[in-house]
Design a protein around this ligand. Structure first.
Ligand SMILES: [Zn+2]
Length: 183
């Protein structure tokens, strides 16, 4: 049995872990207390609300498991057609998974991308808890761009549903300008 501990990670995000001590996102090795570990396997439950990670301590080689769940306040997405729906990070994950097919992208990279996205969305929504769907899509593109250009282009082509190739190319160019401008 594991007792639960919760740590506040900033606005709207709570990380729960098992008895192994956790300081923010870093796990302490239960064997030697080093916080230098490597994730060797990472699985989410079907709802995408919990992550189980197998870790190996870089100091002593001990293997252990962390269980992390992210609780979030309800967020509503304002879609392009004017309708609203509950924000569902699983849907985003499916889009990224299909864009990432046969690319050299690890599950950890996608987990990290989704964690960053969640924090970004939490920071961006106001008191009304509403976010534009385009803001989510643009953020995913920005994060994917830094991981894999092919996955980025695939996601962009589906997400933006371009009228023609020249529009697609000019969109990519303007995004590249935006991204290099924000760095
Ligand atoms: Zn250790």
């Amino acid at each position: 049995m594991h007792s639960q501990a919760a740590f506040l990670l900033g606005k709207g995000t709570i990380l729960e872990v098992n008895t192994f001590e956790c300081y923010y996102r870093y796990m302490k090795c239960p064997n030697c207390s080093s916080d230098d570990d490597k994730v060797i396997d990472s699985r989410s439950n079907s709802a995408g609300t919990a992550v189980r990670r197998r870790r190996v301590c870089n100091a002593c080689g001990y293997r252990f498991t962390s269980y992390e769940t992210i609780e979030r306040r309800h967020i509503v997405v304002h879609k392009k057609d004017g309708s609203y729906e509950d924000f569902n990070i699983d849907k985003v994950r499916r889009g990224i998974d299909s864009a990432a097919q046969k690319r050299n992208i690890s599950p950890e990279q996608i987990d990290n991308l989704l964690n960053t996205l969640q924090v970004e969305i939490d920071n961006r929504v106001g008191a009304d808890r509403i976010i534009e769907s385009s803001a989510i899509g643009d953020e995913v593109l920005k994060l994917l761009y830094n991981i894999d250009r092919v996955a980025y282009v695939r996601f962009a082509s589906v997400y933006k549903a371009f009228a023609d190739v020249s529009q697609f190319v000019s969109e990519i160019q303007s995004l590249e300008t935006t991204i290099s401008g924000t760095k």
